[in-house]
Design a protein around this ligand. Structure first.
Ligand code: PMP
Length: 310
């Protein structure tokens, strides 16, 4: 396959089938399919968002070839946007809460981005506030704001979700995926619902996220978990939220690496742990789809595959 830019390699990721042979929790004749989004060129699902946001920004004339892109991000969106911006010759500034993975920040910088830090205690809300301030101060800047921008779910509605239906047909029993901004979950869920109104929609969050009504506190799983309900969930008939402990997520992440050769991040471990609970509840012959959003090598400094406490 000859391509003319690395951005052309975004999307069309493989879908890995797991059966009873790999995981005894999966009933015979049922299957879990994991979309391997970590194989995108920037190492995450957010490559799709980065290129879609810039396409939309240009199409709606919010961006010219002199615009600086500013965004609050835990990291993967920054990498995805930096990759897309590089292709379009644009500058990027990302506002990142300090605690987030150093590797992700180094990758954003490698792609030419500038990073502005906000205090860890202020969470992603602090990063959003700071990014808004920077945007106000800078003439010809564009703030896509993934947490509010309907282009976020649209990116997945138009790219990832149709790929699932091409590979599996319309009869997917259950969609199980992690929630950070909620863009992936709601974009894919809406598309799959149009194909099968009986589909079960399972949102995955870490302990410390608020979707099941639990108290908000910090967690080690990175990339998922919310401090507020994503606006994209309005009118989405979500079946239930699965709250996964750090312990269960990291144990599954290690298992995926050691037994299956999948070098994914902890949000993939959380998603797989939830998908296994879900498939075990469903009748034989069911199909659950989940998503492995990013690669684990960006968490090596946090000892993702070796820590003893999880
Ligand atoms: N997993 C990881 C590793 C992520 O970085 C993100 C995005 N924050 C997600 C899952 C969740 O994606 P979304 O923002 O579309 O809900």
């Amino acid at each position: 396959m000859i391509i003319h830019s690395i951005q052309a390699a975004i999307g069309k990721t493989p879908l890995l089938k797991f059966t009873h042979q790999e995981f005894k929790e999966i009933p015979e004749t049922s299957a879990i399919y994991a979309k391997l989004e970590y194989l995108n060129p920037g190492g995450s699902i957010k490559d799709r968002l980065g290129s879609y946001l810039l396409e939309e920004g240009f199409a709606q004339q919010k961006i010219t070839n002199k615009t600086t892109i500013i965004e609050p991000t835990a990291g993967n969106t920054g990498i995805g946007l930096a990759l897309a911006a590089l292709g379009a010759g644009l500058q990027t500034i990302f506002v990142v809460p300090e605690k987030f993975s150093l590797e992700k920040q180094a990758l954003m910088q490698a792609l030419g981005a500038k990073i502005v830090h906000t205090p860890t205690e202020e969470g992603i809300q602090g990063a959003i506030r700071k990014a808004k301030e920077l945007h106000q101060e800078m003439v010809d800047s564009y703030l896509p704001l993934q947490f509010e921008n309907s282009a976020n779910p649209a990116a997945y509605y138009h790219s990832l979700a149709p790929e699932l239906v091409v590979d599996l047909g319309p009869k997917i029993t259950s969609f199980v995926a992690g929630i950070g901004s909620g863009g992936t979950f709601s974009g894919v869920a809406r598309y799959l619902l149009e194909q099968n109104s009986a589909i079960r929609l399972i949102g995955v969050e870490p302990e410390g996220s608020i979707l099941n009504g639990g108290p908000s506190h910090s967690h080690e799983v990175e990339g998922i978990g919310v401090e507020f309900i994503p606006p994209f969930f309005a009118e989405l008939p979500i079946t239930e939220f699965a709250t996964i402990s750090d312990n269960a997520a990291f144990a599954m992440t290690r298992k995926l690496a050691k037994q299956h050769g999948l070098l994914v991040g902890s949000s993939s471990g959380a998603a797989m742990a939830a998908a296994l609970v879900e498939i075990a509840k469903l009748p034989m012959g069911s199909q659950a789809v989940t998503i492995f959003p990013d690669a684990g090598d960006r968490y090596l400094s946090q000892a993702i595959y070796s820590r003893e406490d999880y």
